[in-house]
Write a protein of this length. Structure first.
Length: 372
């Protein structure tokens, strides 16, 4: 009888494993198609369409370009279209959609790595002060007038934001490191303290410089309105190299979840791994926010959602979260561009409206589980 019961339990376990494996495979296989479909649709979403509210003519009717004309405008430089749609697609919409996908992928991938390092599902890429550091750099450019310089003014804000973000991470890392060992609890507290100080400094500069807030509000709230091909190329390089490095250490991240001592016994180097993940995540996140501003909650909610869907194995979780993050931000930006058309909301508002309630859910769930 015991033998039959053990055999039955073994068969049940095997069936459960196969069911979970099929679900994970299905989700991971579906995510690239979801990304492609969302990107395709986002390219055609706009004020004049073919998807969108349309342009109001003199008679009060909504006019929009057809799908056929839109596709022809993408493929050809000239045609019988009511707008210069070739330039609209190639200079505005396509770079914006690509940048949204890259930034979403960078934040989600970085957030997954940070949650593994801190062994906390509520960690995100901004936990070490990246957002506050980047905000300081952007505000300094506005206050000093560097953004008005001829020829190089447009790149000053991203450059300063990237530099100050990395410097902030370096300061937080040094505060959280003692004799070559990274203490994640000290790192977390240092990140919170430094971020609070820099946020106060940003508010101080805006107030005493009499800077009109609307000039920088889109950057502080996160916006893809300034998407350009150089920005796409820069972020693509950071995301490509950074995500590949994180993927290569997915097994070590799995071991780190079991504790530093266990990870060391399994052949991983916890100190090297924590330092590498912090550096890579910081560079990816800094490159992303340098061009788009602070887009919150993606690095928090996407990794946790995908962890629920595919499990905690980083060999599957990392690519799933990266693809889902790209898809989510593309869709969020599409909503931001059309919800109050012809104006556009900062996409950070949409992600915050989505992520805020989910963050509260995480807090409630973690407290409920701890009480059991």
């Amino acid at each position: 009888m015991d033998h039959l019961a053990a055999q039955k339990d073994s068969e049940t376990t095997s069936e459960e494993y196969l069911r979970v494996l099929r679900r994970r495979t299905l989700i991971l296989s579906a995510l690239p198609f979801a990304l492609l479909i969302s990107a395709f649709l986002a390219v055609f979403i706009g004020t004049a369409g073919p998807l969108g509210p349309g342009v109001i003519d003199q008679e009060g009717h909504h006019e929009r370009i057809s799908f056929g004309d839109a596709i022809d405008a993408i493929l050809n430089a000239h045609g019988d279209w009511p707008y210069d749609y070739h330039a609209v697609f190639w200079d505005v919409r396509i770079p914006r959609v690509l940048l949204a996908g890259l930034v979403g992928a960078a934040l989600a991938c970085s957030g997954t790595a940070m949650q593994a390092v801190f062994r906390n599902p509520m960690a995100d890429p901004f936990i070490v002060g990246v957002s506050s550091g980047a905000s300081l750099g952007a505000v300094v450019v506005e206050v000093t007038g560097l953004g008005a310089l001829v020829a190089i003014g447009t790149i000053m804000s991203p450059v300063f934001a990237f530099i100050t973000a990395l410097v902030t991470v370096l300061v937080v890392y040094s505060l959280g490191t003692v004799r070559g060992r990274v203490y994640v609890d000290t790192l977390l507290l240092s990140g919170v303290a430094v971020a609070a100080f820099l946020s106060a400094l940003v508010s101080f500069l805006i107030y005493f410089a009499h800077l009109e807030y609307h000039r920088i509000i889109f950057w502080l709230l996160g916006s893809l309105a300034q998407a350009t091909w150089p920005a796409v190329a820069t972020v693509a390089l950071a995301v490509g190299v950074g995500s590949m490095l994180i993927f290569l250490f997915s097994r070590d991240l799995n071991a780190l979840l079991l504790g530093e001592e266990t990870a060391h016994n399994l052949g991983a180097d916890p100190e090297f791994l924590k330092t590498l993940m912090l550096v890579v995540a910081a560079v990816m996140t800094s490159a992303a926010v340098a061009f788009t501003g602070v887009i919150g909650f993606i690095g928090l909610i996407i990794p946790h959602m995908m962890r629920i869907a595919v499990g905690a194995d980083h060999r599957i979780l990392l690519p799933s979260a990266t693809l889902a993050g790209a898809t989510f931000l593309i869709l969020a930006d599409s909503v931001a561009r059309t919800v109050i058309s012809p104006n556009a909301l900062p996409v950070g508002i949409i992600t915050a409206l989505s992520g805020g309630p989910f963050f509260l859910y995480l807090l409630r769930r973690s407290r409920t589980e701890s009480e059991r």
